[in-house]
Ligand binder design. Structure first.
Ligand code: IPM
Ligand code: MG
Length: 387
């Protein structure tokens, strides 16, 4: 029995070492990059797996269209990065192959299509999710997910902590023996302060009056307790903004409560609760396929669709009918993030017209509807008609 404990303790010691190093790195962190101070902004385009390359290509075309002048003047450049596929990742046995990581690091912002996450029973070995790895490698600590349903009074922005919690050691749990397995959840002061500050800063800059902290601090007392505590301390720096705290279970219920849910504005929450709650929230807006997601760090930022890679659509020859609207929305978030607010608003507006009010074309995912390319053309025509 002692041997089992010693072996497990050694493993745990290595995890602590790693996390202490990560904290040291966070302490050295510089401030947010300023895009207007750069000579050239490099936008990486990463297709990913399955329907990813098809839909990402459509979003790329729209960004090229909107940034034509900037590209001509040399203010913006696109860099297409092809190698983030499950086949390449399996070959390298890495969540992100080294050469791809190197290319990603040459960019300032990245638009990323869905990537396959192997799970038990899949034909692939169990390598880590490319999403999760990219968030860690590029230190993209704030996962910002907006959800809006104007006619129901829903206007929410989620600030999901993106680099720690149950995810940071998600591939590093271990079986102590045949009977016991452990996973770990990690909350750090630095990691929580920066996500809390991002949420409150956003609230302050956007005229929001309330930030809601969601945890399960009544049961997961240490890590969630720390998260809640730190958020409440940061709140003191923002006297005009009210802070309230909810547990994740009742919060999932309250999002369905039509009287209550319109009162929420900005949410800040640990990684796993953020993962779950944002899928629920996106459902009110029309499903995860309609939502975009921003992964923001101080040096890099990555924008992605929040749906999967739909390998079945590719097998059935339907990739060209895949709906590119979620990755296009992510493209709009990217534009806003690097300072092209007006272009971002135009793109958002065109998306609303094409998907909700006018609907001259509808993407159904099958040959009963438009192709992604036709939809992207429709978006660009609509943008032109806005000028
Ligand atoms: C998301 C996804 C990812 C996550 C998966 C693909 C690893 O569900 O972006 O929400 O859990 O973060
Ligand atoms: Mg998710």
């Amino acid at each position: 029995m002692n041997e089992i404990i010693t072996a497990a303790t050694e493993k745990f010691a290595r995890l602590i070492e790693e996390q202490l190093k990560r904290v040291e790195k966070m302490k050295q962190e510089k401030d947010f990059i300023q895009y207007d101070k750069l000579d050239k902004i490099i936008i990486g385009i990463v297709g990913g797996d399955g329907i990813g390359p098809a839909i990402t290509n459509e979003a790329h075309r729209i960004l090229e269209f909107l940034l034509k002048e900037e590209v001509e003047k040399g203010k913006v450049a696109f860099k297409v990065i092809d190698g983030l596929t499950i086949e390449n990742r399996v070959k390298a046995m890495k969540a992100i192959p080294d050469d791809v990581l190197q290319e990603l690091k040459e960019c300032h912002v990245i638009l990323k299509g869905p990537t396959t996450t192997p799970r038990a029973g899949d034909p692939w070995p169990n390598i880590e999710s490319a999403n999760v790895a990219m968030r860690k490698e590029l230190d993209l600590f704030a996962n910002v997910r907006p959800v809006k349903v104007p006619d129901k009074g829903i206007d929410w922005t989620f600030f999901r902590e993106n680099t720690e919690g149950s995810y940071v050691l998600g591939s590093k749990g271990f079986h102590v023996n045949d009977d016991i397995a452990f996973d770990f959840t990690v909350t750090t002061t630095e990691g929580t302060e920066r996500i809390a500050r991002a949420a409150f800063e956003y609230a302050a800059k956007n005229g929001k009056k309330r930030v809601t902290v969601v945890t399960k601090a009544n049961v997961v007392k240490t890590t969630d307790g720390k998260f809640l505590n730190i958020c409440q301390n940061i709140a003191k720096e923002y006297p005009g903004i009210e802070v309230d705290d909810w547990y994740i279970d009742i919060m999932t219920a309250k999002l369905v409560d039509e009287k209550r849910r319109t009162q929420f504005q900005v949410f800040v929450l640990p990684n796993l609760y953020g993962d779950i709650l944002t899928d629920e929230a996106a459902e009110f807006q029309g499903g995860v396929g309609t939502a975009g997601s921003a992964n923001i760090g101080k040096r890099y930022a990555m924008f992605e669709a929040i749906h999967g890679s739909a390998p079945r659509m590719v097998e059935e020859g339907r990739a060209k009918y895949a709906d590119p609207s979620s990755i296009i929305r992510a493209g709009a978030m990217l534009l806003a993030h690097i300072g092209y607010t007006e272009k971002a608003q135009k793109l958002e507006k065109a998306l609303d017209i094409c998907m909700h009010t006018e609907k001259k074309l509808v993407v159904t995912g099958r040959d009963t509807g438009a192709t992604g390319a036709q939809f992207a053309d429709y978006i660009m025509e609509t943008i032109q008609s806005l000028d």
